[in-house]
Design a protein around this ligand. Structure first.
Ligand code: NDP
Length: 371
């Protein structure tokens, strides 16, 4: 965090104490659940098996009841590990039979990006609520079709924007909302990692795009949740070394600016060839920033105000971001509330991603509505 590091202090008062209590109860049960809702996990890859499935046992409103996979060996292995009976294990071919399984309330789509729309829509058509990983899909038209399918089924649709459930990110949102940094003027956010070759993320038909779709979306979404505004203009620049075999058909680096109606500006970066994970919101009175900002754990936050830089240390939450996200979906499904990160939220990001790509291609700012 540059300047902040030399003078940082573990926070013992000011911003954290002031606002921790004000965190919304999102992710905590707001009404006593009658039963735990059942999740079916679709796609038993890295994120599903390492981050999501182990967390379901910690949920108070949800549990794991079914698995969907194209790999019979995974169905056998994870089915045994999690005690999922054979009747609740599905292939992609017989996936639509989830319709006949009343134990499945929510389908969590954790597939490569270009498969999100199809499997989310089929789940809605089977009468299930849907939690779908980010990016919501690979085009705004697909996002609109997913929203329409969920509406038609009268079921919920939520996107896996887990940072909205992460304590420090939530605290940052609350700090800015409270006026701690004054009027927000500049958001910076960079996200990136060194992409390993030979994976679906580098294969456009499965990924829908390069780093922007996968990791840059964290910078974009942060700019929106920190300002709580919708941009009216984007201006982007792509830099991809096409001689690198990883980037034959997807972009490596993309940098963009977005302008908000209040006058705030966001400068964002996305990369598949360097490591970044941060955001900072600077206003007329000070700043708040995080690095790492959006990882699975180890979040760190600093604030600066009146010439004083402090590191913020928040108490451990009752639920980590994964558990809070899974419970939130179940509680929305049960209680009829809209998820805080609904399909519309995913659609807004996808429209902006399309504008960012177009701006980079045409080398000009693109109006996106808003002001
Ligand atoms: P993986 O490659 O690890 O897993 C994807 C799984 O999808 C595969 O293991 C496979 O499961 C299934 N699959 C079905 N068809 C294909 C295909 N044609 N090619 C490859 N896999 C296929 O990916 P991740 O788990 O890392 O990512 C999955 C989704 O989750 C992505 O949309 C990604 O953006 C999102 N994600 C979100 C994160 C977050 O923090 N919110 C973090 C990481 C990923 P099976 O063998 O069971 O069929």
């Amino acid at each position: 965090m540059g300047e902040g590091q030399s003078r940082r202090e573990i926070l013992a008062g000011s911003s954290a104490a002031l606002l921790t209590a004000a965190l919304p109860a999102c992710g905590r049960a707001q009404e006593a659940p009658k039963r735990k809702l059942g999740y079916a996990i679709v796609g038993l890859g890295s994120y599903a098996t390492r981050q999501i499935m182990p967390r379901l046992k910690d949920c108070e409103s949800a549990k794991l009841v079914a698995l969907v996979s194209g790999t019979p060996e995974k169905l056998e292995r994870f089915g045994s590990e999690y005690g999922i009976p054979k009747t609740h294990r599905y292939s992609y071919a017989n996936y639509d039979r989830i319709r006949d399984n009343p134990d499945i309330d929510i389908v969590y789509v954790v597939l490569p990006n270009s498969l999100h729309a199809e499997y989310a829509i089929r789940a809605s058509q089977a009468g299930k609520h849907v939690l779908c990983e980010k990016p919501m899909a690979v085009s705004s038209a697909e996002c609109e079709a997913m929203i329409a399918a969920a509406k038609k089924a009268g079921k919920k649709l939520m996107i896996g924007y887990r940072c909205h459930f992460e304590t420090y990110n939530r605290h940052g949102i609350e700090l800015i909302k409270s006026g701690f940094i004054g009027t927000p003027k500049l958001i910076t956010s960079e996200h990136g990692f060194n992409a390993q070759p030979n994976q679906w993320r580098l294969d456009r038909p499965l990924s829908g795009g390069g780093s922007m779709m996968d990791i840059g979306i964290y910078s974009l979404n942060a700019a929106r949740y920190l300002t709580r505004e919708e941009p009216f203009e984007v201006y982007a620049m792509e830099s991809t070394d096409k001689s690198d075999p990883r980037f034959r058909n997807v972009e490596d680096r993309i940098d963009w600016q977005i302008r908000f109606p209040s006058g705030a500006l966001a400068m964002c970066a996305s990369s598949y060839s360097s490591n970044h994970n941060n955001w900072r919101a600077t206003g007329t009175e000070g700043w708040v920033g995080m690095e790492p900002a959006t990882g699975y754990e180890g979040h760190q936050m600093w604030t600066r105000k009146q010439g004083r830089t402090e590191q913020v240390a928040l108490p451990a939450p009752a639920k980590n971001q994964f558990v809070a996200q899974l419970d939130h979906m179940a509680e929305c499904a049960m209680g009829g509330r809209e998820p805080i990160v609904s399909g519309e939220e995913g659609l807004r990001d996808m429209r902006l991603i399309e504008a960012i790509y177009r701006s980079a291609r045409e080398n000009k700012p693109i109006r996106v509505g808003g002001a």
